[in-house]
Design a protein around this ligand. Structure first.
Ligand SMILES: [Fe+2]
Length: 222
């Protein structure tokens, strides 16, 4: 079981603030929650991630369409804000899957700079994935879909509005800063090319009810 609070400096922050409701988002298998106390932890968490992004050893940049720059393993950052948001991701998993435990297989931050995007993919080795929006970045008035996270999966009815099992309509859930989304890890999703200047920053976790054998990444990739 998790503790109920995480200490940020002299403050004690509730992992699951009262009155926070998990809502269905587009399809019953996708759920969403908005956290409103983001000023308590976003500034320090964003600063930490941008600091880590400068670290050549920790940052991983594969190619432009591979979801920006990744910094893996939130649990190794020695950062209370990362600990809080990870506890929230695990609490969401346990609430939605109605279970007593949540084991993170892999977690990471994504920093998108101008032109970065994420090609359609699923997440391996996990039951559910959680995505959290720290900063959606700049809006582009000439391209409203810029930098938007979307599902592109024919298993979602909302993606098949013209014909059953034909993916004709990407589903773009609204994800303002402080939004946490949980979905089955196999659902195909993507992020549109980001045209803004301010870094667009998200966090992700792959979560299971039980720990899996072996590490999710080879040591040199971690
Ligand atoms: Fe993903």
């Amino acid at each position: 079981m998790l503790a109920n609070t995480v200490h940020l400096g002299f403050k004690s922050i509730e992992i699951w603030p009262e009155q926070r409701e998990v809502e269905i988002c587009g399809d019953p298998v996708v759920r969403r929650i908005f956290f409103t106390d983001i000023q308590e932890y976003h500034p320090r968490l964003v600063a930490k991630i941008l600091e880590l992004e400068e670290n050549q050893r920790l940052r991983k940049r594969y190619y432009r369409g591979a979801c920006g720059t990744k910094i893996h393993h939130l649990e190794k950052w020695v950062n209370s804000e990362a600990e809080l948001i990870t506890a929230r991701a695990k609490a969401l998993f346990m609430k939605v899957l109605d279970c007593q435990d949540a084991v993170v297989d892999l977690s990471w931050a994504n920093v998108y700079r101008t032109g970065d995007y994420c090609m359609p993919h699923s997440h391996v080795r996990s039951t559910a994935s959680v995505v959290y929006c720290l900063d959606p970045g700049d809006e582009d008035p000439e391209d409203r879909q810029s930098g938007r996270f979307c599902f592109v999966d024919p298993r979602l009815k909302c993606c098949c509005q013209d014909q059953e099992e034909c993916m004709t309509t990407p589903f773009l859930p609204g994800m303002p800063s402080g939004t946490m989304l949980i979905f089955p890890s196999q659902l195909v999703h993507a992020v549109n090319p980001y045209t803004g200047k301010r870094p667009r920053i998200t966090l992700s976790w792959n979560i299971n009810k039980n720990a899996l054998p072996d590490a999710p990444l080879p040591p040199e990739a971690g």
